[in-house]
Design a protein around this ligand. Structure first.
Ligand SMILES: Cc1cc2nc3c(=O)[nH]c(=O)nc-3n(C[C@H](O)[C@H](O)[C@H](O)COP(=O)(O)OP(=O)(O)OC[C@H]3O[C@@H](n4cnc5c(N)ncnc54)[C@H](O)[C@@H]3O)c2cc1C
Length: 386
């Protein structure tokens, strides 16, 4: 049977970063993966352009039972460290799509190649689905089908269970649970929202919106879809706590009531939708004020207020919101409870020698490169300490 210092379960973003750091410490390292090639979600990331990291990575862009858990790892491995690694060691270059949001110019495939190039000295076992990990007197016994291997330290980096087309499993949760760890229930996040509130006729229209949710205000673009809403603003809402519902403003920063009242005075023969068409896409204006035959001059103030509410204060209660499902979600919320894990080393507080990294933990990042950054940072910390 093969013996290693470190075995990593999962050749994804976190697992490969952990492998690089374990190898740099001179540790004999093996990586097991359920698929036949590495880092498949990295290859898909950013629509193939890999939103690699975000300069705004800080605890307030991460969600889970304990937001503060990310502080240590992100302080140790900051966005600049990762950009420096990619630029200096692998000649990769980056563009900032929005300030601080870095995409790889050479594409996501080049990021996967860079991760793998630094793991040349590791043994890789592909098509190796690990379900069983047993504690031995001096470490762990790992079983994947007929393959058995021993190690002193093990790193669980099996990721989340969303986007099953990429090849996912819940083995990380099962193994952690077997060793006494608690699992925070898992749900899809960074995904579209199904709601019946809007009309089918709006599908395809994108508007800049403000969404108020869980005490925060998200300002970003929202896309109407055939089943509800998507686009960055809706995606970002789904990573927050949705139990209190949310409120959407389709005309942020605009005094819609004042605009309508002024039109009532000055352009009374226009329709309400015609007036709103100056500040909203025509289809949204028509949805908000559907009575095409009525002039704005004929609207009572209370009717104008009702239209303003329909535009600026769209309240979606929790029971009106359905997440679009694991099939298309970029990440999950929930996972291995961070209470049982050291934020300094990523080592289990229950089972010494067992480490965790990446999305398998109850840490979900905002849209914009934060999830990969968490995988890099937690993977590096686990790999250095394992
Ligand atoms: C379509 C899409 C686009 C995305 N775009 C971005 C983006 O641009 N920027 C960003 O920051 N984030 C993005 N994300 C999220 C990001 O990809 C993940 O958060 C990140 O990959 C998590 O890293 P990880 O190493 O924890 O898990 P993963 O990268 O998912 O790796 C886990 C690995 O473990 C393996 N595994 C699972 N179970 C077993 C088992 N039983 N035995 C052996 N191996 C196993 C899996 O095969 C996988 O290779 C995107 C996600 C998706 C789905």
């Amino acid at each position: 049977m093969k013996k290693y210092d470190v075995i990593i379960i999962g050749a994804g973003a976190a697992g490969l970063t952990a492998a690089r750091h374990a190898l740099e410490n001179g540790r004999r390292t093996a990586v097991f993966d359920i698929g036949d090639n590495p880092a498949r979600k990295v290859a898909l990331s950013g629509g193939g352009r890999c939103n690699f990291t975000n300069a705004a990575a800080a605890h307030n862009r991460y969600f889970g039972r304990n937001q503060d858990f990310v502080r240590g790892a992100i302080a140790r491995i900051c966005p600049d460290d990762m950009l420096q690694w990619a630029r200096e060691r692998h000649n990769l270059s980056f563009v900032e799509k929005s300030p601080g949001q870095y995409f790889c110019v050479q594409g996501a495939g080049a990021v996967v190649d860079a991760l793998m190039a630094d793991c040349n000295d590791a043994d890789f076992y592909f098509n190796a689905s690990v379900r069983d990990v047993a504690k031995t007197s001096d470490g762990f016994l790992v079983q994947a089908g007929r393959i058995q291997a021993q190690c002193q330290s093990i790193i669980i980096a099996t990721g989340g269970i969303s986007f099953p087309a990429a090849g996912v499993s819940d083995a990380g949760y099962v193994i952690a649970k077997n060793f006494g760890h608690k699992i925070v229930p898992v749900r899809p996040a960074l995904c579209a929202i199904a709601t019946k509130r809007f009309s089918d006729e709006l599908a395809g229209v994108s508007v800049p919106v403000e969404i108020r949710i869980a005490g925060e205000t998200i300002r970003d673009d929202m896309l109407f879809t055939h089943f509800g809403i998507g686009g960055p603003a809706a995606y970002r809402a789904t990573v927050r706590d949705m139990s209190g519902g949310m409120e959407i403003n389709l005309a942020p920063g605009m005094d819609v009531a004042a605009i309508m009242r002024m039109a009532k005075q000055n352009s009374g023969r226009k329709s309400a939708a015609g007036v709103l068409g100056a500040i909203l896409p025509a289809r949204v204006a028509k949805w908000a004020a559907p009575n095409a035959g009525k002039n704005i001059a004929d609207y009572k103030d209370c009717e104008i207020d009702a239209i303003c509410d329909r535009i600026c204060r769209i309240r979606l209660d929790a029971d009106e919101i359905k997440l679009h499902g694991m099939q298309s979600a970029e990440i999950v919320r929930g996972g291995i409870d961070t209470d049982g894990v050291s934020s300094k080393t990523m080592e289990s507080k229950i089972c010494p020698g067992m480490f965790f990294a990446g999305e398998v933990l109850d840490i979900a990042g905002d849209l914009g490169g934060f999830n990969l950054h968490w995988a890099w940072a937690s993977g590096a910390v686990a790999g250095k300490n394992a």
